[in-house]
Ligand binder design. Structure first.
Ligand SMILES: [Zn+2]
Length: 239
C-alpha cells in the first residue's frame, strides 16, 4: 500500500514541500513528511491538476488521447499537460501552471506577482473580486467572459504544443456549464487557425468530482511502479 496525493501548487518533488497560493497558512508545508508520519506508508504526490490529467487520461474524457491538457478552473486555475503520452513535469515538477498565462496585459494583479494572468481574471476568487458576487451566482456575461478567457489561454497552449484536446473541470467551469464551454470553444475556433490546431476541442472532464481522488490514486500507483522498477523517468499514462 502507498499514499497518493494531488496537491495545489507550487510543490516540490513528491509533495515534500507544498505552498498552495490559496492556502496561505501552508508555506513550505512538509506534506510528504507529515503523511508518512501519520500513515507509516510510502507517500507519492504531484500537483492536483497534473493528477487530474492522469485520471482523465486513464479513465475519463481524454482516454485514448496522447496529446491533451486537463485544466481546473475553480478557486484557482491549474493544468496538467500530456504530450506524446507522457505527463509533463518540468525542472521542478510544476509544468502546466496555465493559470499564469497572461490573457489581459493590463489586467488585475495576480497572487503570483504578475499581472493579467488567467487566474487573476477567471478564477473563482477573481470573479468574486471583479463582480462582488459569488461565482455560484454568475451573470450570463461573466459565464461567457470566463469561457472566452479560458479558451484564449487554451488556444495558445494548443497552438504552442500541438494539442488536440483540452478537458476542463473545477467548480467554476462545470458550474457555468454549457455557456462557459460554448464561449471557450468559440474562442478556440477563432484563435486555433493553424492546420494542425484547427480541430482542437475544449470539453468538460468526465470524472466529475471524483477526478481528484482518482488522480491521487493514479499518482500513488505511478509512484509504486517507479519504485518497483527503480525508474525515475516519466511512465506510461495508464498506471
Ligand atoms: Zn499569476
Amino acid at each position: 500500500m502507498v499514499v497518493g496525493v494531488g496537491s495545489a501548487g507550487p510543490i516540490t518533488h513528491n509533495v515534500a514541500s507544498v505552498s498552495p497560493l490559496n492556502i496561505r497558512a501552508w508555506v513550505d508545508f512538509q506534506l510528504q513528511h507529515k503523511l508518512i508520519e501519520v500513515s507509516g506508508l510510502p507517500v507519492f504526490g504531484d500537483g492536483d491538476a497534473k493528477a487530474l490529467a492522469l485520471a482523465e487520461g486513464w479513465l475519463g474524457a481524454a482516454k485514448g488521447c496522447n496529446n491533451f491538457m486537463a485544466m481546473v478552473v475553480s478557486t484557482g486555475v491549474g493544468a496538467g499537460i500530456v504530450l506524446n503520452g507522457e505527463l509533463l513535469s518540468g525542472a521542478t515538477g510544476n509544468a502546466g501552471h496555465v493559470g499564469h498565462v497572461v490573457v489581459e496585459p493590463n489586467g488585475r494583479r495576480c497572487s503570483c506577482g504578475g499581472q493579467g494572468c488567467l487566474e487573476a481574471e477567471a478564477s473563482g476568487l477573481a470573479i468574486e473580486a471583479i463582480t462582488g458576487r459569488s461565482p455560484t451566482e454568475p451573470t450570463y456575461e461573466i459565464m461567457q467572459r470566463t469561457g472566452r478567457l479560458v479558451g484564449q489561454a487554451a488556444a495558445s497552449i494548443c497552438n504552442f504544443l500541438d494539442l488536440e484536446l483540452v478537458v476542463v473541470g473545477g467548480g467554476v467551469a462545470l458550474g457555468f456549464g454549457a455557456t462557459f464551454f460554448a464561449s471557450a470553444q468559440e474562442k478556440m475556433d477563432e484563435l486555433c487557425r493553424l492546420d494542425f490546431s484547427r480541430k482542437a476541442r475544449i470539453i468538460p472532464v468526465a470524472l466529475g468530482s471524483e477526478g481528484g481522488l482518482i488522480g491521487a490514486a493514479a499518482v500513488g500507483w505511478r509512484g509504486l511502479n517507479r519504485q518497483i522498477d527503480g525508474r525515475d523517468a516519466p511512465v506510461d499514462l495508464v498506471p
